[in-house]
Ligand binder design. Sequence first.
Ligand code: UDP
Ligand code: MG
Length: 311
Amino acid sequence: MIPFLENKRLALIIPVYNEGKALISNFKEIKRILEADEINCLFHFIDDGSKDDTWQVIESLAQSHPNVSGIKFARNFGKEIALRAGIESIDADLYLTMDSDLQHPPRYIKTMIELMATSGADIIDGVKASRGKESFTHRFFAKSFYKVLKSITGLEMDNSSDFKLMNRQVIDNLREFHERNLFFRGVVSWVGFNVVTFEFDVDDRKEGASHFSFGKLVFLATSAILSYTSKPLYLTIISGVIFLVFAIIMGLQTLFNFFFGHAISGFSTVILLILITGSMIMLSLGIIGVYISRIYEEIKRRPRYVIEKKL
Ligand code: UDP
Ligand code: MG
C-alpha cells in the first residue's frame, strides 16, 4: 500500500462507448496491474449510450466486484460530458480519469500517485510523450487541431490527454461548472491549482478503432474553441478594420480616377470590393451566429446528460 493512499479513496473514472468486446479483458488488465502495485480503488464506468452489450458487461463486473459501479447515459453524449458525469456521480478523495482502451497505460497510475505525494500537487497531468499507433490522417488532424486551439485560445494542449489524477478540491471546483458544452481538458487547465505534468507513452489500442473520426474531431475542435473563448468574435472586428482600411485606400483611388483619370478602369476594383466585403460580412455573421446558438443552448438550461441506469 502506498502510504499516501491510506484513508483515501481513489476512484477511476472511465468513460466507455461501444467497448463491449474489450471491456472485460481491459478491466482485468487494469485490475491486475493495480493489485500488483497494491493500489485499492473504485472503478466507476460511464456508459456513454453504447449500442452494444457494454452495459451488460459493466453490470456483470459490478456483480462480481464490490468496487465497481457505473452509470448509463440514455444516449451518446460524448466523452467530455461522460467524464463530467463521472466526477459528479461518485464520492471519493482522489479522482483519476482514463480511457478504457488501455491507451492510458495503468502501469503509470502508481507513478502518478507517488508524484502527487512527493510534489504536493493538486493535479497530475498526463502528457503524451509519443502518440502511439495512429493513422496519418488522425495524427495530422490532431496536430492541426491543437495548433488552431493554441493560436486562438492560447491553451497549450498539444499532446495533452485526459489521463489525469485530481484531488477532491479540484473536483469540487470542476463540479461548479454549469455549462452544457464543456471541454474537459480546457476547464481542468482553466481552474489552475498546482499542476505537475508527467510524460507517458501511449499504448496501442488492442481492440476496435478510435471513436474519433475526422468529423468528430472537427466538432470537438470548434466546440473546444467556442466553450473556451470568444476571441473569434474579436477576430471579425479586427478583420473588419483591416478591410475598412483597404476600402478607404481604394475609395480614395477611385475618387482620384474619377476626377483626374478615366473612371471606367476601376470596374474590377468594385467587383473585388463587393466580393471581399460580402464574404467578410458572411463570415462575421456566421461566427456571431455560432455564438448565439451557444447562448441559446445554455439558456435553455437543459440537463447536461440523462442517466438511464445506475449501479
Ligand atoms: N468514448 C466515449 N464516448 C464517445 C467516444 C469515446 O465515452 O463518444 C470513450 C471510449 O470508450 C474510450 C475513450 O473515450 O474509453 C477514448 O476513446 P477512443 O479510444 O475512441 O479515442 P482516442 O484514443 O482516439 O482519443
Ligand atoms: Mg483510444
